[in-house]
Design a protein around this ligand. Structure first.
Ligand code: ADP
Ligand code: ADP
Length: 231
């Protein structure tokens, strides 16, 4: 069964048709990017997958179940675009931010399992941020913060990671190593990854598929493929 499946989904706000007849399949092991300019419906698509919006037509399935019946939230790690904007002046350390990802799983705030520290360390190692465990999150660069938020999402041991514009705030020099880290999660930690971005240039060659909303392109040299798309 696919991890995520959208079948002929339509979604419109009062006057705006945000998504029209969108079909998409995300299988185990995929590293998929959805690209599209601002206003093309990427956030709407993410909200449909998260069950925050209901399609007017079509179906959204998670692990073979209609999204409305899917209750195991821990299977899905989500890093929103807003994750790294709320924390300026936020006093929390990297340790506290990552540990807070466990609260989602247990539903209990301030009561963490005995091995919480081990779990935080393992999550930080998987994103290459173990050296920063005691730093205040606000002291880190955009790319480092993004890695910490990914670690927070990973601590509930999801099968799939949804990333909303993860490369915003990452400079060109750090982009390659950021994608290497994602590729490592994908191949060594068996994390299926779906990311959305407006930044075609930021899409790495390590990504296995790119979906341009309505059109799924299987590709190796993505730039050539993209140039062949009709406007
Ligand atoms: P993207 O994430 O690609 O920028 P969105 O999914 O946010 O695209 O938006 C798709 C379209 O739907 C846009 O035209 C946007 O203005 C519109 N839209 C998004 N959210 C709302 C909303 N809550 N009410 C009305 N229109 C909306
Ligand atoms: P995002 O792309 O993360 O949704 P935005 O800044 O585009 O962030 O939108 C912020 C909020 O406003 C979102 O919840 C979105 O659905 C809503 N929104 C976006 N476009 C419109 C619109 N044209 N009319 C009303 N609400 C909108």
């Amino acid at each position: 069964t696919p991890y995520i499946e959208l079948k002929n989904v339509n979604y419109f706000y009062e006057k705006t048709e945000a998504l029209k007849d969108v079909s998409l399949t995300v299988n185990e092991g995929d590293f998929l990017a959805i690209i599209g300019p601002n206003g093309s419906g990427k956030s709407t698509l993410m909200k449909l997958i998260l069950g925050l919006l209901k399609p007017m037509q079509g179906e959204v399935y998670l692990f073979g179940k209609p999204v409305s019946e899917f209750k195991d939230r821990a299977c899905i790690g989500y890093v929103s675009q807003k994750s790294n904007s709320f924390n300026s002046g936020f006093p929390a350390t990297v340790f506290e931010v990552v540990r807070s990802g466990l609260a989602k799983k247990t539903g209990l705030f301030h009561r963490y399992p005995k091995d919480a520290e081990q779990q935080v360390k393992a999550a930080l190692i998987s994103v290459g941020m173990q050296a920063y465990i005691n730093r205040p999150i606000s002291a880190l660069s955009g790319g480092q913060q993004q890695r910490v938020f990914i670690a927070r999402a990973l601590i509930s041991k999801p099968k799939i990671l949804l990333l909303d514009e993860p490369t915003v705030g990452i400079d060109q020099q750090n982009m390659q190593s950021f994608y290497r880290m994602l590729t490592h999660l994908n191949t060594h930690h068996d994390i299926t990854i779906l990311l959305i971005t407006h930044d075609v240039d930021a899409v790495s060659k390590s990504i296995s598929h790119v979906a341009c909303l309505n059109r799924t392109i299987h590709f190796h040299g993505y730039q050539q493929e993209l140039e062949q798309l009709p406007d």
